[in-house]
Design a protein. Structure first.
Length: 247
C-alpha cells in the first residue's frame, strides 16, 4: 500500500476520483490543480498549473522533500480541445502541448531519479485510446497522448531494474465534466466510478498498462493495423464532422 501520493488534475473528473479513492484508503494524497476548491475530503490541496513545467518540477520535488518521499505520482492533468486541420487555434494547441506533453513529462520525471535511488515508487500516466492513431479534428490531442504512451513505455523499461513501477492508463470515453462538452456520439462511455475503480486497481496491482473498456481497446488495436487509406476513409466517415464538436 502507498503511504503518500501526488495526483495532478485532482480537482475534477478522473483525477478527483483517484484522489478520493486513495485518500479513503489512508494514503496521504497531494491533489494538484489550478483551482483547488473542489478537492475531495482528506486530500491536501496544492495549487499548481502543470503548463509551467519548471514550476511543476520544483513543486513536486519540494513536496517529496517535505513528506519524506512520494510513493506514487500520477500525471493526470490534461487538455483536449479540437484542432481541426483547416481551422487550428494555435493558442489552444500550444496550451495543450504545454499541459499534455511538457507538463506530463515534468510530473513523471520530477522525482523518477529519487525513486530509482530509493529502489521503490510508482509512476502512472493517464493517456487515452485516442493516442493509438491520429484522430480527425483531434490531431493535437491524439499526438499528445501518443507521446505519453511512448514516454511511459521507455520509463517503464529504464526504471524496472531500480524497483520502480510504471503504469500506462488508456481509457476510452468516461463521463466527466470534460466529455460533457462533446457533441458527438461516445460509444461505450463509462461512468466515472467504474473508470476510477479500473484505474486504481491497475495501479495497485502494479500493471504495466490498462486499456478499457475492452471492446474499445480491441477495436483500436485492430485500427492500428489498418492501411492508411482504409483508416483515412473510416475516420472521415465516422469521426466528428465539425470544428466545434467540443472535446
Amino acid at each position: 500500500m502507498f503511504r503518500t501520493a501526488l495526483i495532478t488534475g485532482a480537482s475534477s473528473g478522473l483525477g478527483q476520483g483517484l484522489a478520493a479513492h486513495f485518500a479513503k484508503q489512508g494514503v496521504k494524497v497531494f491533489g494538484c490543480a489550478r483551482r483547488t476548491a473542489s478537492m475531495p475530503d482528506g486530500v491536501t490541496p496544492v495549487e499548481l498549473d502543470v503548463a509551467d513545467a519548471d514550476a511543476t518540477m520544483r513543486t513536486i520535488r519540494r513536496i517529496d522533500d517535505e513528506c519524506g518521499g512520494l510513493d506514487l505520482v500520477v500525471a493526470n492533468a490534461g487538455s483536449g480541445p479540437p484542432t481541426p486541420g483547416n481551422a487550428v487555434d494555435w493558442s489552444a494547441l500550444n496550451m495543450m502541448i504545454e499541459v499534455n506533453v511538457r507538463g506530463a513529462a515534468a510530473t513523471l520525471v520530477a522525482i523518477s531519479d529519487r525513486m530509482a535511488e530509493r529502489k521503490r515508487g510508482h509512476l502512472a500516466g493517464v493517456s487515452s485510446l485516442a493516442g493509438t492513431r491520429g484522430m480527425p479534428r483531434y490531431a493535437g490531442y491524439s499526438a499528445s497522448k501518443a507521446f505519453l504512451n511512448s514516454f511511459l513505455e521507455g520509463l517503464r523499461i529504464d526504471l524496472a531494474p531500480h524497483g520502480v513501477h510504471v503504469t500506462t492508463i488508456r481509457p476510452s470515453y468516461v463521463r466527466t465534466p470534460g466529455t460533457a462538452k462533446n457533441k458527438f456520439k461516445m460509444p461505450l462511455i463509462l461512468e466515472l466510478d467504474d473508470a476510477v475503480a479500473r484505474m486504481a486497481g491497475a495501479i495497485e496491482r502494479g500493471d504495466s498498462e490498462i486499456a478499457f473498456p475492452w471492446p474499445s481497446a480491441a477495436t483500436m488495436s485492430m485500427v492500428k493495423m489498418l492501411p492508411n487509406a482504409l483508416w483515412d476513409f473510416t475516420a472521415r466517415k465516422f469521426g466528428p464532422k465539425s470544428a466545434d464538436d467540443g472535446h
